[in-house]
Design a protein around this ligand. Structure first.
Ligand code: 13P
Length: 250
């Protein structure tokens, strides 16, 4: 039995006040989902303190969307893993395709970020996934394999045991075009197989989330698949009823 997780990636949306309201709205309807489903929200850096305060006692965990690849020092505009951990952040999304594509996030940087996240007692939600042209060229497995080998294979067993993976096909993010449940299952089964090449049976326990235009109406079918352990939700995480509607799909 693996963990069941629904995580909301708020991306660059909401003001701090709206973020606190959204958290409160999610908390108010959280009881509609099974209590075994773990909920995580990932607001922008600017809201973390106030959202963490509002989340106290709700059972909702708070994550960040990124962190610096250096521990501290003269890196203007960056936010360190230590700063996040000191605020009470529990998870950090790393390797999101938007960061890979728009901000030049490389595997080399992600290895450094992963280490800092673990060193500060937090857990990475590591995102992988292929672009449309890569899927059309039948390269989705090769892309996911490389994104795993180059970053996840650098972890120790005790680090790997905590890791959460999110498979997010880039062509499904914010496009309204979801992977079919079969497509999600096929590639997530493959991802688990690659993880097992390095970490053996520990890979059976790794939560692998699906992300990309996930909504209450399609979550049930996708989460029903054996190797899909929940979702990393973008747009639908900005509406409390939709976010919980997705969590209810388990
Ligand atoms: P959407 O749910 O808006 O497609 O975004 C998915 C995503 O990128 C979550 O990280």
């Amino acid at each position: 039995m693996r963990r069941e997780i629904v995580a909301g990636n708020w991306k660059m949306n909401t003001t701090p006040a709206q973020g606190v309201e959204l958290l409160k709205s999610v908390a108010a309807v959280k009881g509609e989902a099974k209590s075994s489903v773990e909920l995580i929200v990932c607001p922008p850096f600017t809201h973390l303190c106030s959202v963490i305060d509002a989340a106290k006692g709700t059972g909702i965990a708070v994550g960040a969307q990124n962190c610096a690849d250096e521990a501290k020092g003269a890196y203007t505009g960056e936010v360190s893993a230590e700063m996040l951990a000191s605020m009470g952040v529990e998870y950090v999304i790393l390797g999101h395709s938007e960061r890979r594509e728009y901000y030049g996030e490389t595997s080399e940087k992600l290895v450094k970020k992963m280490k800092l996240v673990y060193d500060n007692g937090m857990v990475p939600i590591y995102c992988i996934g292929e672009k449309l042209e890569e899927r059309e060229a039948g390269k989705e497995e090769a892309i996911c394999r490389a994104q795993i080998e180059e970053v996840v294979f650098s972890l120790s067993e005790s680090q790997f045991e905590k890791l959460v993976i999110a498979y997010e096909p880039v062509w499904a993010i914010g496009t309204g075009k979801t992977a079919t449940a079969e497509q999600a299952q096929d590639i997530q089964h493959f991802i688990r197989k690659v993880l097992a090449e390095k970490f053996g049976t520990l890979a059976e326990k790794t939560p692998i989330l699906y992300g990309g235009s996930c909504k209450p109406s399609n979550a049930g079918e996708i989460f029903g698949k054996k190797d899909v352990d929940g979702g990393l939700i973008g747009g639908a995480a900005l509406v409390a009823e939709d976010f919980i509607g997705i969590a209810k799909a388990f």
